[in-house]
Design a protein around this ligand. Structure first.
Ligand SMILES: Cc1cc2nc3c(=O)[nH]c(=O)nc-3n(C[C@H](O)[C@H](O)[C@H](O)COP(=O)(O)O)c2cc1C
Length: 361
């Protein structure tokens, strides 16, 4: 993408500007052609460690998600360790468009890892937003905001050497001017799509701190590549409002999807639905969705800890009504599909009349 060579040094300044502009325009055209080729997805499953794995991505896709990110993969371990690769990265032909996300702080190691996944994905993504203590300790994610030359070299190395485009997912700086400089640097380095989580590195309390959609809009206005908005997407009304307010090309949702994987099909959890429950056709039973998820896990195996977390989040509302069933679930040191199908049936038997997911009312 950024590898077009032009003998511009030998030309006058004016010609040099015109040449760079032509190269730049050609690059941007290519970026948008790719975005169109993958279907211009607007409704996207955000990357989630231990949570946006293949069965969950497939479930969300069935219920309206138009693209998905893998969980963050450690590029260093991925490049070296076959067992890690086969356990942590699984996909299938229905699992497209797909962003494969890596954490990284070494351009060559990242490239080595990225080359292994490029045949199976539509973007290789760099995690520039993780704010956790381990990211600080190991110097990746949002802590690379303190070393922008390194970020630049991570992006450039992939953009020059991969056949699939490079995307980045960032958090914002407290000062908008820094965010805009950062975003422009990424675009110039060869980033072909930017997802912006509208919170700063220190804003970790995602339930109580609203994402800054104004900052996302400013980034969208300043860049020529596709920009995705992330933060505060809890139902389809938020999607519509966010796209309108930010002008972004799509949205990512994370935490809400864990509770309600049918968000992008227009379903709301009871918390957001107002008035009476909708028609029978507008209801989706939580138990049915859990069963669908478990069947996908039988087909595409994932570690039990991941299944346990998803079941816990999806059945949260029911568990609150029937805590003894949750206690029994939590007491299982080893899970099995037989136990989980049986538990869902037990919940059905004790009965909760209200459906958990309701279409817009
Ligand atoms: C369980 C969980 C795991 C996450 N893992 C990642 C990750 O691997 N990579 C990443 O860039 N962000 C990760 N995030 C952050 C989300 O992608 C997203 O940026 C953040 O949750 C804000 O979106 P939301 O308001 O829709 O939850 C994770 C979030 C959650 C809740």
């Amino acid at each position: 993408m950024a590898s077009i060579v032009f003998p511009i040094e030998s030309m006058g300044n004016n010609t040099k500007d015109i040449c760079s502009e032509t190269i730049w325009d050609a690059r941007i055209k290519k970026v948008w052609a790719h975005w169109k080729k993958v279907g211009e997805p607007k409704l996207i499953v955000a990357p989630m460690v231990d949570s946006s794995e293949l069965p969950f991505r497939l479930l969300c896709r069935k219920y309206g998600a138009e693209a998905a990110y893998t969980p963050m993969l450690d590029s260093c371990i991925f490049a070296e360790n076959e067992k890690y690769r086969s356990q942590e990265f699984t996909t299938c032909k229905e699992d497209r468009p797909l962003f494969v996300q890596f954490s990284a702080n070494d351009p060559d190691t990242l490239l080595e890892a990225a080359r292994m996944v490029e045949p199976y994905c539509d973007y290789v993504d760099i995690n520039l937003g993780c704010p956790t203590p381990i990211a600080k300790q190991e110097n990746y994610g949002s802590f690379l905001m303190d070393n922008l030359p390194l970020v630049k070299s991570l992006v450039e190395n992939l953009a020059l050497n991969l056949t699939v485009p490079v995307s980045c997912k960032i958090r914002v700086f407290p000062d908008l001017r820094d965010t805009l400089k950062y975003a422009k640097m990424l675009e110039e380095a060869g980033c072909a799509l930017l997802a912006v989580h509208g919170r700063t590195r220190d804003e970790k309390d995602m339930k109580n701190i609203r994402a800054n959609w104004n900052a996302i809009r400013a980034v969208k206005n300043a860049l020529r590549i596709p920009v995705l908005a992330n933060g505060n997407i809890r139902h389809m009304d938020d999607v519509i409002q966010c796209l309108e307010e930010t002008g972004a090309d799509g949205v990512l949702s994370a935490e809400t999807l864990l509770e309600n994987p049918a968000l992008f099909a227009g379903f709301k959890t009871i918390e957001w639905a107002s008035g009476e429950d909708g028609n029978q056709d507008d209801r989706l039973y939580q138990a049915d969705l859990v069963i669908e998820y478990l069947k996908l896990c039988e087909k595409y195996p994932v570690p039990w800890r991941i299944i346990r977390d998803h079941v816990d989040k999806m059945l949260g509302e029911w568990f609150r009504v029937h805590p003894h069933i949750r206690d029994d679930f939590n007491a299982q040191s080893v899970l099995s599909f037989e136990y989980l199908y049986g538990m869902v049936n037990r919940l059905r038997d004790v009965g909760v009349v209200r459906p958990v997911y309701v279409k817009n009312i």
